[in-house]
Ligand binder design. Structure first.
Ligand code: ADP
Ligand code: MG
Length: 597
């Protein structure tokens, strides 16, 4: 059954609070037991008005027991004692219900929080290989919407459990009053439920449609926000508006479909059950089968039962409606079918000799041609290694492997003689800083953005890093200097300013291995040469890997690696490569560099 599947996918989320289910069930049974008992007390109460019924009804176990409780009391006292007892039962029942509601809210909030936190952790830990294949809008929809819907589904599950308990207890009491009538009512209720089930069958597929529609809408919103410049520059406002409206309209329609399905339940129930109640009353009275007090109490319990059945069905449909979200979230949280970059166990205390690539090949997708093929070379400790080559040659891929964002498909990287996979990942990454072409600036002050490199950096260290990154002047010119908010993805900063901020962030980390992947591309040549000087200072006794198109940046490197189509085609220092007179020398001449004498 689809309900079972939906419940089963929710159960793992309850794992750390497994105790909750028996508590919820016990509280539910206790509170509905109290209510049922309270209502049953109407039997001896009503009997006072119809003394004749007392004898005929004593054969019934429950009725006999209730008469026994109050039978000896004289009528005037009974009129006081029974209503007070009923009131006490109702008050206690509501106290328990309140406790149960509080418990469920606490539980739901707690599970919701844990779920969001787990989803975010999964996002942070799962390998790039997995994330890359996911649509961005799908992920953001998952984080923002689907986790909420999943907690909603949990709420429905709890509702289902509570209503089910009440239903069970009430049915027990009903059949104690008259099993024949209960049987008839049971059959009729089953028939009604089946009827409603037919109507609500489509809830699940509509729910899946809703996830899809929401994802598409989230995608449109995200692209609208991030691609605004392109949209305006190309005059595609109307085109985007139309696409957005289509997606939004789809969400609207799917929601409406879902609402139509859920809204039909209550009216349908009420009409059908009113019919049952009236028919039952007519039959019972005409057959004269059951004493009046018992019949009235039976009908009253039935009347109280009806909203519970209704609630149970609403909860069932609710559960099915959000099951698409539950499935998506639990699928995302699964760990056994996703790649992770595993940390090794060896602590890493620093590079002694070199970082080496030994027969390393890599491809992003099995069907693609390799981005790197059988690379073997050393990156010596404390020296500057430059990597050059046309775009698409595999330079950034090489950096990705050094940072262990990906694992090589063949071969291994070694730090001295230890494979990187055996080193503690956090230790390894703690000693690396990368400045890449795409700079991410957080919604925070300049100071916080720089201190992201090392959270405990002092103001003097930040100032020194800023000086080396040649960012001092522009930061001082900002309205609040270091305290200026550079939010909205660094909107207020120019490309070159962002790069200098990123450089300062890397420098303040004081990394052992500094990697600059086209980090000076957006800079003018004056800034670049200033940074070049800084790098010469920084590069002393530090391993620097620099990727640049402007060959002036790399002239002083101790070693230059030339990559093309994933192959290492030349290697050596400037003099040697020029003498070799191949690709590097050609590029060098193209950039009008004077050959060193
Ligand atoms: N995330 C990715 N998924 C699939 N292919 C990629 C990805 N990143 C890069 N590539 C491919 O790998 C090759 C090398 O890319 P890259 O290392 O970025 O080159 P470079 O930095 O030298 O310009 C290119 O053919 C590129 O299309
Ligand atoms: Mg690149």
């Amino acid at each position: 059954m689809r309900e079972i599947t939906a419940i089963r996918s929710l159960l793992p989320l309850l794992k750390p609070n497994r105790w909750a289910i028996p508590v919820v069930v016990s509280l539910g049974i206790l509170s509905s037991g109290l209510e049922g008992f309270g209502i049953s007390l109407l039997i001896p109460f009503l009997q006072s008005f119809d003394p004749g019924s007392a004898n005929s009804a004593r054969s019934n176990m429950l009725v006999g027991f209730l008469y026994g409780l109050f039978g000896d009391l004289p009528a005037p006292q009974r009129f006081v004692v029974i209503p007070i007892s009923i009131f006490v039962c109702i008050a206690l029942k509501n106290g328990l219900s309140y406790g149960n509601t509080l418990l469920l809210s606490w539980l739901n909030a707690r599970i919701g929080h844990r779920l969001r936190s787990r989803v975010f952790r999964q996002l942070l830990t799962v390998s790039d290989r997995y994330l890359e294949k996911q649509e961005y809008s799908k992920l953001s929809n998952l984080l923002a919407t689907e986790t909420w819907n999943t907690t909603r589904a949990l709420g429905y599950l709890f509702g289902l459990i509570s209503s089910f308990c009440t239903l069970l207890v009430f049915i027990v009491i009903l059949q104690l009053i008259s099993w024949q009538l209960t049987l008839v009512v049971g059959l009729v209720i089953c028939a009604i439920s089946l009827c409603i089930r037919r109507v609500t069958r489509s809830a699940k597929s509509v729910s899946e449609q809703l996830v899809v529609a929401n994802t598409i809408l989230a995608g449109r919103m995200w692209e609208g926000l991030t691609g605004m410049r392109v949209i305006r520059a190309f005059g595609r406002e109307e085109y985007e508006q139309a696409r957005f409206d289509r997606a939004s309209h789809q969400v609207r329609q799917t929601f409406l479909k879902l609402d139509v399905i859920s809204a039909v339940i209550n009216p349908l129930y009420e009409v059908l059950s009113a019919l049952v109640l009236l028919a039952l009353l007519a039959i019972a009275l005409s057959q004269n089968q059951i004493a009046m007090p018992s019949l009235l109490t039976f009908l009253f319990i039935l009347y109280r039962l009806q909203p519970q059945v209704q609630q149970m069905d609403s909860a069932r449909v609710g559960l099915l409606s959000w099951s698409g979200s539950v499935q998506d979230v639990t699928k995302f949280l699964r760990q056994d079918d996703k790649p992770y970059i595993l940390s090794g166990s060896l602590p890493f205390r620093g590079l002694r000799h070199n970082l080496s690539f030994r027969g390393v090949s890599f491809n992003y997708n099995p069907q693609d041609k390799p981005a790197l093929e059988r690379l073997s070379f050393n990156i010596p400790q404390g020296k500057t290694t430059a990597i050059v080559g046309p775009s698409g040659a595999g330079k950034s891929t090489l950096v990705n492997l050094i940072c262990r964002f990906y694992e090589p498909t063949e071969g291994s990287l070694y730090a001295d003689d230890y494979p990187l996979t055996e080193l503690n990942l956090a230790d390894w990454r703690a000693r690396i800083a990368v400045v890449s072409q795409e700079v991410y600036i957080f919604n925070a002050t300049v100071r916080e953005n720089i201190a992201y490199g090392r959270l405990d950096a002092s103001d003097t260290e930040i100032a020194e890093a800023v000086r080396l990154a040649n960012a001092e002047q522009f930061i001082c010119e900002l309205p609040q200097g270091f305290d200026t908010q550079v939010g909205d993805r660094g909107f207020r900063l120019s490309g070159g300013q962002r790069q200098r901020l990123a450089l300062a962030r890397a420098i303040v980390r004081n990394p052992e291995i500094l990697i600059l992947d086209e980090a000076t591309n957006s800079l003018d040549s004056i800034s670049e040469s200033l940074i070049q000087d800084a790098l010469n200072t920084l590069g002393q006794d530090r391993t620097v890997i620099v990727i640049a198109h402007r060959l002036s940046t790399i002239e002083h490197a101790d070693q230059i690696l030339v990559l093309k189509d994933g192959h290492l085609i030349e290697q050596g220092d400037l003099k040697r490569l020029l003498k070799h007179d191949q690709l590097f020398a050609q590029l060098y001449r193209l950039q009008n560099r004077n050959l060193p004498i």
